[in-house]
Design a protein around this ligand. Structure first.
Ligand code: UT7
Length: 319
């Protein structure tokens, strides 16, 4: 499988660490060394639907394909205002595509899950081209009274068009529900006449940061080694490692574990914060726009997040 087009849309409002220190007991001096984040883009008067559609249209145009050549649209999203219809319904309308569409929630690993699904469609002969969009507005469900979580996240949408190739997309997906309490967020739904009182619990996001950190730096190098072996390659054969942008220290720890040079691990976390599943397609789009990819480059992707889930993939740059 190869990537033949990418796109992005970020909210226009930039929030600096100093701006956060005006509303929270935090500081640039605390945030930068622990996370590598300087600024993040936060939704104000945009909607996530608008951002998703803009990123999708850009990726489609970048791919050079016509809307009718897309066989499936998959959108990765943890939460947005609409419980239904799916975000991908808005994307189909905006892009002029006519194919089936659906959303998935794979937390921060959702973009790689979508690649895996797209590859299964391709291997079964049901798809040649798939449009994948990952769109997240994490700032709308993190706890703004809690400095431990709110300083980490940003919003945005990234998109990619992937095409069937001689070589499949190699993937490794894992799930470990014993660690489901690492990141949780509960929102109430409509109250029914039959529901017992007290069932509509609302609990803003809780994250056990240290546990997530430990899980991430252990699982990501393991997944990358496994997926590279599955593809019959060696780490040196990979041109770029595109790792979920949750924390610069996590990216550095993964790179050090694999003993690889810094230039193979591009990052955008300094100006996006953690955008959940949108982080990898946003990263790919930015590296592409810097002109750093060459046709045939091998890309290794790795992500981890709430669940606890992890995912890694190997595919090629096809433009
Ligand atoms: O997509 C996956 C999502 N999540 C992640 O990737 C998170 C992974 N984890 C991390 O990135 C790190 O664990 C954090 C950046 C969240 C936290 O870094 P840490 O070095 O593990 O700090 P900590 O949670 O152990 O907190 C150290 C201290 C505490 O104070 P005390 O108890 O030592 O007095 C915290 O209350 O830092 C305090 N603290 C803060 N201080 C200023 C926590 N957050 C902040 C803050 N500003 N924003």
């Amino acid at each position: 499988m190869k990537i033949i087009g990418t796109g992005r849309a970020l909210p226009k409002h930039t929030v600096t660490n100093d701006m956060l220190s005006e509303i929270l007991d935090t500081s640039d001096e605390w945030i930068v060394p622990r996370t590598g984040i300087h600024t993040r883009q936060v939704i104000t008067d945009e909607t996530l639907q608008e951002l998703s559609c803009a990123a999708a249209c850009q990726a489609l145009s970048d791919s050079g394909l016509k809307p009718e050549e897309i066989d499936f649209i998959i959108c990765s999203n943890v939460a947005n205002n609409y419980i239904t219809p799916a975000m991908s319904a808005f994307i189909q309308e905006a892009t002029g595509c006519t194919c089936p569409f659906f959303d998935i929630n794979g937390a921060c690993a959702g973009f790689i899950d979508a690649l895996d699904i797209a590859d299964a469609f391709m291997q079964s002969g049901r798809a040649q081209n798939v449009l994948i969009v990952a769109a997240e507005e994490v700032t709308k469900f993190c706890n703004w009274e809690q400095r431990e979580t709110s300083v980490l996240f940003g919003d945005g949408a990234g998109a990619a068009v992937v095409q069937k190739d001689d070589v499949p997309c190699y993937t490794v997906l894992t799930g470990d529900s014993h660690h489901k309490g690492c990141i949780t967020y509960l929102r109430p739904m409509e109250k029914t006449p039959y529901e017992k009182d007290g069932m509509a619990i609302h609990q803003p996001m809780i994250m056990k940061g240290r546990d997530v950190f430990r899980m991430a730096v252990t699982t990501s190098p393991r997944d990358l080694r496994n997926v590279i072996a599955k593809a019959g390659m060696k780490p040196e054969d990979v041109t770029f490692f595109l790792v979920h942008q949750a924390n610069k220290r996590i990216v550095d720890a993964i790179r050090e574990n694999l003993n690889l040079p810094e230039e193979k691990f591009p990052t955008i976390i300094d100006h996006t914060g953690n955008t959940s599943s949108a982080s990898i397609p946003l990263l790919i789009d930015e590296v592409a726009r810097q002109g750093r990819f060459k046709k045939g480059d091998v890309l290794a992707l790795s992500a981890f997040g709430a669940g606890f889930v992890t995912a890694a993939a190997i595919l090629t740059w096809g433009k």
